[in-house]
Design a protein around this ligand. Structure first.
Ligand code: DAH
Length: 328
């Protein structure tokens, strides 16, 4: 009989069944109570043995029920844990999240890089005088460089939409004396429109003027910068002799790209003594170098964007793909 009960306890699948069994066996009118009631009719000797037997059975059943109970409770808990698990892989409800435009990203990354090397940032207006945009930069009237800039002139005005950020060289150097290092990022304008040119684009100008600055400083600065920017410590670079009226000597810098292709990324040179003189800087005391680069070109190369016009289409699907979120 004892084995029967034990079997029933063991095979109980639910806490409810187990509790019914408990009532049946150990309850007020249960089996054990009933058996205890029969003791009264026995003689003292038998009562003693029988009583001990019944109590032993009671203990046995009680612990069997307890054991089974905690097992069933454990199983129930495990089941709940499985069923109530939160699926954290579910996508969040869609929200309108803005992204940083690749041009802003490139400008801010480059600015951070140079600011670690003591460069300040200066700004200038988009509409500027021809004196700032050309004359003071040693580009005289009728010089072919003026024509090659596809300038937007303003009717009945001496002003132009600045064709390069080099205007900020003049503006800054007339107000801040060397030694000085600075950057001038910003919008520039030329009448041009195709897959690699838009009438508005962005340049970043860099200037260093100190005593004893020479071409080696320029080279080292540009090489380190390009290798950092393109995340390639072995990036090949080529300084190709070139001409800019505001630098002497001048160079254009190409980077080695896939399949032995060279791609021009910036113009640079030692600042022309005439430009220094135009800003009241003694070129026998101070020398300097400058560089100017197109931000679109840098962004296109780094992020694999092949049509410059996409930067300005304002297509949010494009920005979702090429923009930068707070995590990226
Ligand atoms: N201003 C030049 C351009 O728009 C780029 C440039 C070349 C800037 C050489 C410089 C420089 O500061 O030194 O084509």
């Amino acid at each position: 009989m004892q084995q029967d009960w034990q079997q029933q306890i063991n095979s109980a699948q639910e806490l409810k069944t187990l509790d019914e069994l408990r009532v049946q066996l150990l309850g007020k009118n249960g089996l054990i109570t009933q058996q205890l009631k029969t003791l009264g009719s026995l003689n003292q000797e038998d009562r003693k043995t029988k009583g001990a037997e019944i109590n032993a059975l009671k203990d046995l059943l009680t612990s069997a029920i307890e054991e089974k109970k905690s097992l069933l409770e454990q199983q129930a808990l495990e089941l709940r844990l499985v069923n109530e698990k939160i699926d954290i892989t579910l996508p969040a409800r869609p929200e309108m999240v803005g992204k940083t435009h690749p041009i802003s990203k490139v400008i801010s990354d480059i600015t951070k890089y140079f600011s670690q090397n003591g460069f300040q940032v200066f700004d200038g207006p988009h509409i500027d005088t021809q004196e700032h945009n050309f004359d003071a930069l040693n580009i005289p009237p009728h010089h072919p460089a003026r024509q090659s800039h596809d300038t937007f002139y303003i009717e009945d005005s001496d002003e132009v939409l600045r064709t390069h950020t080099s205007t900020v060289q003049i503006r800054t150097l007339r107000n801040h004396k060397p030694p000085i290092r600075f950057l001038a990022p910003g919008r520039t304008f030329r009448s041009d429109y195709d897959a690699t040119h838009t009438p508005m684009f962005h340049q970043m100008e860099g200037v260093v003027i100190e005593e004893n600055i020479n071409f080696a400083h320029l080279k080292g600065t540009i090489i380190d910068f390009c290798r950092w920017f393109f995340e390639d410590p072995n990036l090949k670079l080529r300084f190709r002799p070139s001409f800019f009226p505001f630098t002497e000597p001048s160079a254009e810098v190409d980077i080695g790209w896939s399949n032995d292709k060279w791609l021009e990324v910036l113009g640079c040179g030692m600042i022309h003594p005439t430009v220094l003189a135009n800003c009241d800087i003694d070129s026998t005391k101070y020398q300097g170098f400058a560089f100017g680069m197109g931000m679109e070109r840098f962004a296109m190369l780094k992020y694999g964007i092949n049509d410059i016009r996409a930067f300005y289409d304002g297509d949010t699907r494009w920005l979702d793909m090429y923009g930068f979120g707070s995590i990226s």
